[in-house]
Write a protein that binds this ligand. Structure first.
Ligand code: GSH
Length: 214
């Protein structure tokens, strides 16, 4: 049985697993409770961040690498265009830009805004991270003017990667999505597999509800 440790970016993995129809279990990891209190998880990922994956004797971290592993191991799947498919270059680029360009930078803005001391919420590093996020977002906006999904006409794992980042920015990064990005997120999150992942990721669901009530 595939086990996904932790939500946060683990939501991407759960969504992908739902899209692929693969059974999995989610093992809760509570970062706020202090990861030092979770020795079982630290044995899986001594660096203490989420998500992690366990699949038989395979243990992995990094949400995008985990998605690539699952699609290669249990594919082929239309979520990952083949290497000679004309959609492949854009797919590959946006799959990684969703984390390396977007989520990795907005994550620090989210941290500063939600957990930082009041006088540090707008510090230089948070400003730089936001400006990196915005510049990468420009590439997403340009691509969405060309096609409904980031790799073209079809939904792929690149859309899972980027949708997660856009939602993180919108929910907790103080970012308002533009019309094009908003319509895109409505399109990607309207999928049944997204809804099923939301049902199974109870911490994410609870966090989203809490933010919406604020
Ligand atoms: N690039 C990694 C980022 C992982 C990451 O930063 N996860 C956050 C939660 S979504 C976390 O565990 N933060 C606590 C820490 O880094 O110690 C991925 O895509 O999996």
């Amino acid at each position: 049985m595939i086990t996904v440790f932790g939500e946060g970016r683990g939501f991407r993995v759960a969504w992908l697993l739902e899209e692929m129809g693969l059974p999995y279990r989610l093992r809760r990891v509570d970062l706020l409770a202090g990861i030092e209190n979770d020795p079982e998880f630290l044995a899986i990922n001594p660096a203490g961040f989420i998500p992690a994956l366990q699949d038989g004797d395979v243990t992995m971290v990094e949400s995008i690498a985990i998605m690539e592993y699952l699609m290669s191991r249990y594919g082929p799947t239309p979520l990952a265009p083949a290497v000679h498919d004309p959609a492949f270059p854009a797919y590959q680029q946006f799959l990684h830009l969703g984390e390396a360009g977007l989520a990795a930078s907005i994550y620090f803005v989210v941290g500063a805004l939600n957990f930082g001391p009041a006088d540090q919420r707008d510090n230089w590093s948070a400003g730089q991270a936001l400006s990196v996020y915005r510049s990468r977002l420009g590439l997403v906006t340009r691509q969405l003017a060309r096609s409904p999904y980031l790799a073209g006409e079809r939904f792929t794992a690149a859309d899972i990667s980027v949708t997660y980042a856009l939602q993180l920015a919108q929910r907790a990064g103080g970012v308002t999505l533009g019309e094009v990005e908003g319509a895109y997120v409505a399109r990607t999150t309207g999928r049944d597999a997204y809804q099923r992942a939301m049902e199974s990721c109870v911490d994410t669901k609870e966090w989203v509800a809490k933010l919406a009530a604020q």
